[in-house]
Design a protein around this ligand. Structure first.
Ligand SMILES: *[C@@H]1O[C@H](CO)[C@@H](O)[C@H](O)[C@H]1NC(C)=O
Ligand SMILES: *[C@@H]1O[C@H](CO)[C@@H](O)[C@H](O)[C@H]1NC(C)=O
Ligand SMILES: *[C@@H]1O[C@H](CO)[C@@H](O)[C@H](O)[C@H]1NC(C)=O
Ligand SMILES: *[C@@H]1O[C@H](CO)[C@@H](O)[C@H](O)[C@H]1NC(C)=O
Ligand SMILES: *[C@@H]1O[C@H](CO)[C@@H](O)[C@H](O)[C@H]1NC(C)=O
Ligand SMILES: *[C@@H]1O[C@H](CO)[C@@H](O)[C@H](O)[C@H]1NC(C)=O
Ligand SMILES: *[C@@H]1O[C@H](CO)[C@@H](O)[C@H](O)[C@H]1NC(C)=O
Length: 742
């Protein structure tokens, strides 16, 4: 039983899915990447693919038959059914850069925009300046779209931008009326998808899983009045996307109820999106990135935004850590759903629930029983029939996650025919999971912390006939709710493959986000929900600054992010234990849209640098060893030095995008155990002078210790309005091996 109602979207290779289609075949699907396309005419590019394949198949007919996708717009390559030896042969051909088997990934209200301060009406807001994202085109590669949702109504929209080259690909329950002036393009890619996932699916851009619709409406949904979670009243308000007048281009590459995506289909979608003319690509997917489709997008000026994954709070779990993309962590917003539990002794305690359904209104008292851990052993001796059961997730965080424990507990008490549960756990942001619980336990599912549970247990164990009444949840928003916090499930840095690239880049709301699903609106949680928030901000920035490169847009978002909440308190990270958030939790901090429009300085990168990076990460070539050892020289808006022995010097270049005359002074917060100097410590920009300036940062280890990261920041201040902050992470080492396990 899968209790995750919305989207798990973790970095999960669903290898098992591949078995049914490949069990009896000696050939399987491979992705063959051939780098930049060498010709503008797609048919010439395709001919080169046929030639390559013909040389291994012997027959041109066989070669053509083997092709599942052909990539010929944004870059060159194909996905084809090959035997292992054919794949080996192809890999040796000149011009073939990568050959890898196809793999599958899980695709990882609207209060969140008000919480981010992105005011709909205020003249000075980024939204106004960007004219609500008018005519920016955002490509959403996901599980498709539900075109009838009110969020995608195109009333009042101007004609489709003339530069748009995409199309509306029809199919099951999706004719040309599925596209309009809001959804200006829709395509689908089912070539590499196992039959099992296609059962019950719409063979069209129509969204079965709901995930793609949710993400798309978070990015660009128009204003819709009076929406709430499943129309039940929770989270009620005006639903809107971050760039409400932007246009959507939908690429359905994820299939089945859980939105599972294959690399080959994703690459095909990205190849088309580059050619269609999107400005931003939003990818709320796990574990993708090693095949360079997105690199070509960035080289063409398209900002690429990825979800960081939902494998937190485990360290070293962040996914999609490529330097050219923005990788997003998830945070909570200032909204909660308190639910009053009245005990028989008149005591009233508060938990959180999704009790919005009137028929679920357990207006009556139910018998209450302490089920302890509610595992098989404890339930064997307790009669839970007809009762509300108090259950606790294991205190040992290692035993199982609260999410897994909740699932197991619900099944356990349901077998005993319980009516409801009160579930104790550390704050793990699993409110959405109560949706499935509510379907199984009619009287209610409520979350509490261990302190509350102890008070309920004390009553339950003392009273002769303990009873409890659970009220409907109410919605509370605003200052009373401590937020943002980094969600427990949000994947954490450092990146295992690329520790010299600090990831994630930034955090955005991703817990209980209300957005469109089918004809209704629902809460979903995940970095998948955080990613669209940053995609929308990138779209607005693109609208205000059409000449900015993806690196500049990313820099503006990262350097203006906030590391404190609105009371000036450090943002915390949920997890075991809860702690002050550091750059491995949220990169530069929590996204601040209004500030990002005017960052003062930006850290720009020539896409050629990414290509060099990519060429070297494929496997050491010629001078790559020294390059890889110096990865921290990539001009990113962050610095990560994973191997500081004595002293390391890092170079960065900033470009002035503020007023032509400005003087910036540096402020540093050196990582503990490290001395740090910046030269020059003052930069002056003059009218007509060079708009860029290079500075040097030297880190010197104060003591020789093996392993352990410490954090700091480097901020350029103009003393007026601009504060350009980048996060730092430094690990000192003695030996070259570093392993954080003892
Ligand atoms: C197209 O689809 C819409 C919605 O599914 C439907 O109302 C309409 O009749 C269809 N039009 C045609 C020409 O089939
Ligand atoms: C909002 O929805 C509620 C309940 O669904 C309804 O009673 C109310 O009239 C609606 N308000 C508006 C402005 O549509
Ligand atoms: C309320 O819950 C009941 C039982 O779980 C279900 O049958 C009903 O459809 C729900 N109503 C709404 C509006 O969600
Ligand atoms: C829900 O509870 C309230 C009081 O808590 C009661 O007035 C109302 O009748 C209940 N509704 C249903 C459908 O049980
Ligand atoms: C469990 O409790 C229910 C309701 O109180 C009762 O009907 C049932 O007989 C009890 N079962 C046992 C095994 O005591
Ligand atoms: C990367 O490798 C390709 C060949 O695979 C080559 O054409 C290109 O020049 C290289 N780029 C850089 C910047 O090293
Ligand atoms: C401007 O400064 C940048 C960064 O220091 C440098 O690379 C570039 O050569 C300079 N341009 C001119 C025209 O001096």
């Amino acid at each position: 039983m899968d209790l995750r109602s919305s989207c798990p979207l973790t970095l999960l290779l669903v290898l098992a899915l591949m078995l049914p289609i490949f069990a009896n075949a000696s050939s399987r699907l491979y992705i063959v990447y051939m780098g930049e396309k060498k010709h503008d005419d797609p048919s010439v590019v395709t001919a080169s693919h046929h030639d390559a394949l013909t040389s291994v198949f012997g027959s041109k007919d066989e070669a053509i038959k083997s092709i599942v996708y052909s990539y010929k717009h944004g870059f060159s390559g194909f996905a084809a059914m090959l035997t292992e030896s054919q794949a080996d042969e192809l890999a040796k051909l000149p011009g073939v850069v990568i050959v890898k088997p196809n793999t599958y990934h899980k695709a990882h209200t609207t209060r969140s925009w008000d919480f981010l301060g992105l005011s709909y009406y205020e003249q000075s807001s980024l939204l106004k300046k960007a004219n609500y994202g008018e005519d920016v085109i955002i490509g959403v590669v996901d599980s498709g779209i539900w075109p009838e949702s009110r969020s995608f109504d195109d009333k009042g929209y101007g004609p489709v931008p003339a530069r748009w080259k995409g199309k509306c690909q029809t199919g099951a329950a999706f004719n040309t009326t599925g596209c309009n002036r809001k959804i200006i393009g829709a395509r689908w890619y089912s070539g590499d998808i196992p039959d099992e996932l296609l059962k019950g699916e719409y063979m069209s851009p129509r969204d079965l899983a709901g995930h793609g619709t949710h993400c798309a409406s978070t990015i660009a949904g128009r204003q819709v009045w009076n929406v709430s979670h499943r129309q039940g009243g929770l989270g009620a308000g005006v639903g809107r996307g971050g760039a409400p007048r932007a246009r959507l281009a939908v690429y359905k590459a994820c299939w089945g109820a859980k939105a599972t995506c294959g690399d080959a289909a994703l690459l095909a979608a990205i190849d088309d999106a580059i050619n269609d003319g999107v400005d931003v690509l939003s990818l709320s997917l796990g574990g993708y990135g090693e095949v360079p489709g997105t690199l070509h997008a960035v080289a063409r000026g398209i900002t690429v935004v990825f979800a960081g994954g939902n494998s937190g709070p485990v360290p070293q779990s962040v996914a999609n850590a490529v330097p050219w993309a923005i990788t997003v962590a998830a945070s909570t917003i200032d909204r909660s759903f308190p639910t009053v539990m009245s005990l028989g002794n008149k005591e009233k305690l508060v938990g959180q629930s999704l009790n919005y359904n009137a028929t679920m209104n357990s207006s009556n008292f139910h018998m209450l029983v302490d089920g302890l851990r509610c595992d098989e052993e404890s339930l064997a001796s307790i009669n839970v029939t007809g009762k509300i059961v108090l259950c606790s997730a294991p205190l040992e965080a290692s035993a199982s996650t609260p999410k897994q424990a909740l699932a197991a507990t619900v099944i356990g008490v349901m077998k005993g025919r319980a009516e409801g549960i009160i579930f104790a756990q550390y704050s793990a942001n699993i409110l959405d999971d109560l949706e499935s619980c509510n379907l199984l336990l009619p009287a209610s599912c409520v979350l509490v912390d261990y302190e509350m549970a102890a008070r309920i247990a004390s009553y339950a164990n003392k009273a002769r006939k303990p009873v409890v009444k659970i009220s409907r949840a109410v919605t509370v928003v605003g200052n009373g709710v401590l937020a943002p916090r980094i969600a427990a499930f949000s994947s954490r840095g450092p990146s295992t493959e690329l520790p010299a690239i600090l990831k994630p880049d930034v955090a955005a709301p991703g817990v209980s986000i209300l957005a469109a699903v089918g004809d209704s609106y629902q809460f979903m949680s995940g970095t998948s929900m955080a990613c669209p928030h940053v995609s929308a901000v990138a779209a607005l920035l693109k609208s205000v600054h059409p000449d900015w490169s993806p690196a500049m847009i990313k820099s503006a978002i990262v350097t203006t992010a906030s590391v404190t909440d609105r009371f000036g308190m450090p943002i915390q990270a949920e997890g075991v234990p809860r702690k002050v958030a550091d750059p491995f939790d949220f990169g530069g901090g929590h996204v601040d849209p209004d500030k990002s429009v005017d960052p003062g300085l930006v850290y720009d990168i020539d896409p050629k640098e990414y290509t060099k990076f990519f060429n070297c990460t494929l496997g050491p070539k010629d001078d790559c060893e020294s390059y890889m050892g110096q990865l921290y020289q990539l001009n990113l808006p962050s610095i990560a030095v994973p191997d500081l022995k004595d002293s390391v010097t890092v170079w960065r270049t900033v470009t002035n995008v503020g007023g032509p005359e400005a003087t910036y002074k540096v402020a540093i917060e050196a990582p503990a155990g490290v001395t740090m100097s910046v030269e020059p410590s003052m930069i002056t920009f003059t009218r007509g002078g060079n708009r860029s300036a290079t500075f040097k940062v030297t880190f010197t280890a104060k003591q020789r210790v093996q392993g352990g990261y410490t954090f700091g920041s480097l901020t350029w201040l103009d003393g007026v309005t601009h504060s350009v902050r980048i996060p730092l992470a430094v690990r000192t080492i003695i030996q070259d091996f570093v392993s954080d396990t003892s």
